[in-house]
Design a protein around this ligand. Structure first.
Ligand SMILES: *Cc1c(COP(=O)(O)O)cnc(C)c1O
Length: 375
């Protein structure tokens, strides 16, 4: 029996053709027509004018921080409940991540706590140099509430939409909410280039600057003149071709993840104290990962469920361990109300890959029913 993973790469066929066509065309590296086309497709998907394809989402976030002018001594607000890659690049530019808790309604950055934190910082003249907002598990944050708070104080927003390609909020696409947005094509994400990411923005000058910094900051001179520190962050034309192949069936991939989420939702009926992660009706999720919470009062822990699934070679995982609880960030300030800690203690991510077969899903549902409370 093959292991059922949380969110493995889902390769269907178009990738192979497009990858080989790129190879045969001779456009192997660095740039090429697939890279240009992939960027245009990504910009459209993110609802913005420009996309710069990069070697990872982490690289995109690094460049987004540089474009926002974040530097040594600055503070950047980051939600605590996220993957570490939302926070690590803040340290690459010499700044300090300061963590803010989530709201229960979307599990994303709490508008109330952000408002409090910005107020308090304004009073002591210590506004953050940027705010990173994350669209967790494929659901957009509450941009209706978050964006005005940052706009009023002229604090740039960077949208970490690494998990949210194809999601929307109030009809606008994930990736379009900040000055810059970040996408990821890591192997476990909605689409993959085996490793890759993109910076998306409506700002043509910012996109050009990102492209320049990502290709070793080469000034247009035959001898390669450098007036800035650059990076080697570009995605290759071959991988862009693979990514274009992944995009061919993007809608089907999202639809499959929704089916999986709905199947879990049905299976939870009758299990009191077990809930799907909430969805805010103002947005549409891409259903990247289906997550549940199990109330402590049920007497069943997420770890018990995880171990039971593991016996059948089914992978599940706790939610992201909050950044304020990570040893590496022990010295970072945090503005908390207990939400991230509670979600981490009660949450579990279930297998959600768009390539999961009906039989595999059936098996996971059967095993879940055996172990969930109230079974
Ligand atoms: C995956 C992920 C990233 C980083 O993307 P990579 O392409 O793996 O570097 C950043 N933020 C979040 C929230 C992610 O889930």
């Amino acid at each position: 029996m093959t292991r059922i993973f949380l969110s493995p790469p889902d390769v269907r066929g178009a990738e192979r053709e497009m990858l080989l066509a790129a190879l045969d065309s001779g456009w192997v590296a660095p740039a090429g027509p697939d890279l240009d086309a992939f960027e245009m497709e990504l910009a459209t998907l993110a609802g913005v004018g420009h996309a710069v394809a990069l070697s990872s989402g982490t690289a995109a976030l690094h460049l987004a921080l540089l474009l926002a002018g974040v530097g040594p001594g600055d503070d950047v607000l980051v939600p605590s409940l996220t993957f570490a890659a939302s926070a690590f690049p803040v340290t690459y530019v010499g700044a300090r991540p300061c963590f803010v808790d989530s709201e229960p309604a979307t599990w994303n950055l709490s508008p109330q706590l952000l408002a409090d934190e910005l107020q308090e910082r304004r009073a002591r003249n210590a506004l953050p140099a940027a705010v990173v907002v994350v669209d967790l598990y494929g659901q957009c944050a509450d941009y209706d509430a978050l964006l005005p708070l940052c706009e009023e104080l002229d604090v740039p927003v960077i949208e970490d939409a690494a998990e949210a390609l194809g999601a929307t909020w109030q009809g606008h696409r994930a990736g379009s909410f900040g000055r810059t947005g970040v996408l990821s094509f890591n192997g476990n994400k909605l689409i993959t280039t085996s490793g890759g990411g993109a910076l998306v923005t409506d700002d043509a000058v910012a996109a050009e600057r990102a492209r320049y910094l990502a290709t070793q900051a080469r000034q247009p001179a035959v001898h390669y003149e450098h007036t800035d520190i650059g990076f080697n962050y570009r995605l290759s034309n071959l991988l862009a071709a693979f990514g274009r192949g992944q995009l061919v069936e993007l809608d089907a991939r999202i639809a499959r993840r929704h089916e999986i989420r709905e199947a879990y939702g049905k299976a939870l009926d009758g299990h009191d104290g077990v809930e799907l992660a909430p969805l805010d009706a103002r947005g549409t999720t891409n259903a990247w990962l289906t997550c549940i919470t199990i109330d402590a009062a049920t007497g069943v822990t997420p770890e018990q469920v995880r171990l039971h699934l593991e016996q059948s070679d089914i992978e599940s995982r706790p939610l992201w361990k909050p950044m304020h609880a990570q040893p590496v960030f022990a010295d970072s300030p945090a503005c908390l109300d207990g939400t991230a800690d509670r979600l981490f203690a009660t949450g579990l991510c279930l297998p959600s890959g768009s390539g999961m077969t009906d039989d595999q899903l059936e098996l996971v549902l059967t095993r879940l029913a055996e172990v969930l409370p109230g079974a």
